[in-house]
Unconditional design. Sequence first.
Length: 278
Amino acid sequence: MLGRIAIHLGHDEGLPRRLRAALQLATEHKAELIGIYPPETVPHYYSETSPVPEEMQKLADSRFEQARVSVQKTFLEQTGTAGVRAQWRAPKGSAEEVLALHARYCDLLVMSKAGHRDSAASLAPNLAEAVIMAAGKPVLMIPAVGEVNPIGRRVLFCWDHRREAARAFSDAAPLLHACSRLTVLTVDPHPDYLAGKDLHENDFADYCAALGYPKPREIFKQSEDYGVGNIILNTATDEDSDLIVMGAYGHSRMRQWIMGGASRTLLNSMTVPVLMSH
């Protein structure tokens, strides 16, 4: 069971969807919901002679404060109506830093990608990638399209035998315990390599049985010219999955995280929630 769920709060177009998803999970798991509202970047105007920029600054500050109060009111009202224990947090510092830090005190962080109409001040385009790679805790990404349905009944797990995938599988344990169907997808498998390491074809199924998870349906596909990310998305559609669980891959370049191809494809094109862990 999830005991504490963090959610990124901001004045952006994805907030209503991720708040509904977080409330569903918190209700199902009887978890506490921690709302994290990072400080927004208010543009500053400079002039040595004209008094107008000062008025513009006051207007900008006022608008951002109104947005914060509106989000806080919405969060507390909706959690109260749902009967979910909740806390509002408005920490100082960069959004990436405070979201990653607060995630470490929770079992899960709920986020979404920046939308086309989101301003740079409300949600940085690469914020989710940076937090996923830095948090050390699983991040549940909510897509911008589709219905917000119960999450984790039909799980698609992406398995490639690597550390990040193993970490994601462990981090998803509270959801996997509650799922009714588990599909395990391996893209571009290497059976000869595994056999040489004395791994058996039923090892993963035996591991799931030991954990009390549903018996997995294992699928093996070749990426060919389609790309690993597209294979994952197509399989999720074919299997009617309501949650994708996968390891997040990437590297740091000039102080910014650059996601791997499959991770980037999932974040940009997901139609169902994706739990990512690094």
